[in-house]
Design a protein around this ligand. Structure first.
Ligand SMILES: Cc1ncc(COP(=O)(O)O)c(C=O)c1O
Length: 373
């Protein structure tokens, strides 16, 4: 069968394999993804921690619903718009791990509270006061948690200020204070395993201590949230943590494996490409560049080929260095690449093409892609 450009909004009736589709495209191996999901879900359950996987990478309510079916309690989102897409797709328990500012967003948040049950981060009273007013005007209440700076130095109030801020939030009728979160993103790539464990313990103890102080003051703190794929194996076992946000591990990538040393998950996400040029015996050009896959944190690799190195990417061209048998690579041949960073690769695409034993079984749109507000 000749290569096809298919209409991605409907799954074709005839059976198709990877080689039938035109390139480049984003491919998901369903069995590997499901195995990763099962492992992460069980891996949190084993430590009595709940799992609220981040959807910033997949941006798909279909995947979010699958994760809930597998045992997740809901979704973590990076944006209000992501939360809207997930709630409208049926996943109503959403944590927006971000700060929400401005009238337009507060009106949307008030509407979202009528459709689902969001949780929003706060790290300053100047976010909380207008939020409280906007929600009260609409006659709704929204769950909020305090984001605490546990060392990442991105957002978050300092741990010494958490109790004072929580007391203020607890008194606001439009807000329901439910807990705290922190992200240990600065500790993911520590090389020495003992040092990584010790640093994560120290950072997350700041959260556990804050939670205890709140309870001592009679302020409820049911949620203590943290965790990314690069740290969750350690974060899940820290005292006081109630839920984890790790999400990207369901796809896996080179960054998690090579830099965060997460080795027990399968590479479920690939980019399928075609060799379009052979400028020299030891060089090939593929139809996938920086607008197709993200390699800033870690180079991409070609599946099953240690004789090919992804050397350089420009916008729409990928340059490969060939050795050994790869020097026989012909124009028109297909290669499959594991991206350096899956999160930033997915958002370059409109659809996941989902395969099971090389058969196209589904096409999932990244519905929240490009929705940045
Ligand atoms: C707030 C927050 N939580 C969790 C994560 C981890 O996400 P993942 O597991 O997809 O790497 C991130 C990553 O940037 C984050 O910003």
């Amino acid at each position: 069968m000749p290569t096809q450009f298919i209409n991605p909004t409907e799954l074709p009736a005839e059976p198709l394999t990877k080689s039938d589709l035109d390139t480049p495209f984003l491919a998901v191996d369903l069995d590997k993804m499901d195995a990763n999901i099962a492992k992460m879900c069980q891996g949190t359950r084993d430590f009595n921690v709940q799992w609220r996987p981040h959807c910033k990478g997949h941006k798909s309510p279909v995947i979010a619903a699958k994760l809930v079916d597998a045992g997740a309690i809901g979704a973590t989102c990076a944006k209000l718009a992501e939360a809207e897409v997930m709630v409208r797709g049926g996943v109503t328990d959403v944590l927006i791990a971000n700060l929400i500012v401005g009238d337009a967003k507060l009106q949307r948040l008030a509407s979202l509270c009528q459709e689902g049950d969001p949780i929003v981060c706060i790290d300053h009273l100047d976010q909380a006061r207008p939020m409280n007013e906007a929600l009260m005007q609409q006659g709704v209440r929204c769950r909020v948690i305090i984001e605490v700076n546990i060392g990442l130095d991105r957002v978050g109030c300092s741990p010494e200020k958490t109790v004072e801020l929580a007391r203020e939030l607890h008194a606001m009728p439009g807000l329901q204070f439910v807990g705290i979160m922190g992200y240990e993103g600065h500790l993911l790539t520590i090389e020495d395993p003992d040092e990584k464990r010790i640093e994560i313990e120290k950072a997350l103890k700041l959260l556990a201590d804050n939670a205890q102080q709140l309870k001592d003051q009679g302020i409820p703190c049911d949620i203590v949230s943290c965790g990314g794929t690069g740290s969750y194996l350690l974060s899940r076992m820290q005292q006081g943590i109630t839920e984890l946000q790790a999400g990207g591990g369901m796809f896996m990538d080179q960054f998690y494996e090579q830099q965060c040393r997460v080795t027990d998950m399968q590479k479920a996400l690939t980019i399928v490409t075609t060799v379009v040029g052979r400028p020299a015996e030891d060089r090939a050009i593929i139809d996938a560049g920086k607008k197709t896959l993200h390699v800033e944190y870690e180079p991409a690799v070609v599946v099953g080929r240690d004789d090919i190195v992804v050397e350089r990417l420009s916008a729409e061209h990928g340059e490969l260095r060939l050795s050994g048998k790869a020097k026989q690579l012909a124009i028109g041949e297909r290669l499959e690449l594991v991206p350096g960073y899956a999160d930033m690769t997915c958002v370059l695409h409109d659809f996941f093409y989902v395969f099971q034993n090389d058969k196209l079984v589904d096409i999932w749109p990244l519905e929240a892609r490009g929705l940045l507000q």
